[in-house]
Design a protein around this ligand. Structure first.
Ligand code: PA5
Length: 467
């Protein structure tokens, strides 16, 4: 059976790296730990703790998102997603990958797909600009927060609700939709009181694993993306990633080799380098997923271990002129994973005209495609890394379409889940993020956080080192 996504990790092994990578025997020796990690994660799934595995089966939710999109009045041409972290990165990755490039910049015309905007910020300059460019009559605001109370999202909501009520009066309620926990949290209560349409984030799905809940599917449906294909691709990959044998389960193999390179060979950095612009935001989504899931102070049994790999999102060929020097010649602390597609959505021929033929510096490009150039750059980058025995793998989509993207997202989610037990941490909590949220609440005088406000450590700014 053919798959829309191929994972090639040969470049992470002794076959390419010699003594710098694991041999077949060493890889086989990783299997018991991989099997145990999978068993631990699947036991949690079976106890109902991990909802993300089942999301691709939830056709009713996909249908509800598509129905909502179909029922939007024709004058609505924009959805703004108000959210941060896992409540914004997933839908943005879907939109960047599957919508037309620069869609948000194209002039709106009747019948065109709706555009999405992701401010993902509490920066007042950005938010004011968003309010300026969005016509209230033509915009729907999707407030996304699993917990319902994240400060940045709450602030965005308060600003937007006021702006809308001034502009539209009672009609404002038709321009807001809320995506949040089905029961708990401030947003759920507010939505009920204001009569806003709501969608649920299942309680057993955390923010960074929520791309296939309405967090991702609703914006995707509104932008006219192939939600059904996305779930189909995700489902097929999910089934592969449930397999017991690490030799054939791509998520287990990826997790165990990345973990091995970190813990046994001193390579904690994972660069995900997209040679398709549309996939750069997927690399950025992965950056959160891998970092927030695996960077932990404590092990699952409570010991202080302060562990975790560092993910880096990069773009080819752009970062060949920015980062590659470091990857090729700097410390041997990185694994590079190339993200690419066999077939590009379009090719742009470089004209073989008089200008191109006028100089040898141009002539070699004449008549070639820009995609061909990018592919050659990719091969060159892989070659330069491999020649220096630096681990480099590839994730190749047949083409950037919804099934392949669904497969890619689920592969990376499952690999992250399995990596958790390998590192000895819970990949589904984020105590450090929660602490920063509480400190911000305390700093702003939120009721209930008075004691934390008093016990805050001395400020890190000021003193003799201010120049
Ligand atoms: O993955 C996570 O849990 C976090 O990154 C959250 O998505 C982020 O903090 C936003 O939280 P919430 O969706 O509750 O507003």
């Amino acid at each position: 059976m053919s798959h829309p996504l191929t994972l090639d990790l040969t470049g992470l092994t002794a076959a390419v790296l010699g003594a710098d990578g694991p041999t077949d025997a060493e890889i086989a020796a990783l299997a018991p730990a991989s099997r145990a990690a999978r068993a631990e994660i699947l036991a949690r799934r079976d106890r109902g703790e991990l909802g993300f595995f089942a999301l691709p089966d939830d056709r009713a939710t996909a249908r509800a998102c598509l129905d909502y999109a179909r029922a939007l009045p024709p004058q609505i041409d924009t959805m703004v997603v108000l959210g941060i972290g896992g409540s914004s990165l997933g839908p943005r990755a879907l939109y960047s990958a599957l919508a037309r490039p620069l869609d948000a910049l194209r002039p709106r015309a009747p019948g065109m797909p709706r555009r999405l905007l992701f401010p993902d910020t509490a920066d007042p300059v950005t938010m004011r600009a968003v309010l300026e460019v969005c016509d209230p009559e033509r915009t729907v605001w999707n407030v996304v927060t699993k917990s319902g109370g994240t400060a940045e999202t709450a602030a965005q909501l308060l600003v937007v609700a006021d702006h809308l009520e001034r502009a539209l009066g009672a009609r404002a309620r038709d321009h807001v939709v809320a995506t949040t926990d089905p029961v708990a949290g401030a947003l759920r209560a507010t939505a009920a009181a204001r009569g806003w349409r709501t969608f649920d984030v299942p309680p057993n799905v955390g923010g960074r694993f929520s791309v296939l809940t309405p967090v991702g599917l609703l914006p995707a449906a509104v932008a006219g993306l192939d939600v059904v294909g996305l779930c189909d691709g995700a489902r097929a990959m999910r089934d592969r990633c449930l397999g017991e044998d690490p030799a054939t389960n791509p998520a287990l193999l990826l997790a165990s080799l990345l973990h091995h390179h970190h813990r046994e060979r001193g390579r904690p950095m994972v660069v995900l380098m997209a040679y398709v612009d549309a996939l750069y935001d997927t690399a950025d989504w992965f950056r959160q997923l891998w970092a927030e899931s695996l960077g932990k102070e404590r092990s699952t049994d409570g010991r202080v271990i302060e562990t975790g790999p560092t993910p880096i999102a990069a773009r080819g060929a752009t970062d060949q002129h920015s980062q590659l020097q470091l990857y090729v010649e700097g410390p041997r602390d990185k694994v590079v994973l190339m993200l690419t597609a066999r077939e590009r959505a379009t090719e742009l021929a470089i004209p073989d005209g008089e200008l191109a033929q006028s100089r040898p510096e141009y002539a070699y490009l004449a008549g070639r495609g820009m995609g061909e150039l990018l592919d050659a750059e990719l091969r060159g980058t892989i070659g330069s890394l491999a020649r220096r025995r630096r681990p480099v793998g590839t994730l190749t989509l047949d083409r950037v379409d919804a099934p392949a993207l669904g497969a890619l997202l689920v592969l990376l989610e499952c690999a992250t889940a399995y990596a958790g037990p390998l590192y000895g941490v819970d990949p589904f909590d984020q105590p450090g993020v929660e602490e920063a949220k509480r400190l911000a609440y305390a700093a702003l005088g939120r009721a209930g956080y008075e004691e934390l406000a008093r016990s805050r450590p001395a400020a890190t700014a000021g003193g003799p080192y201010v120049l």
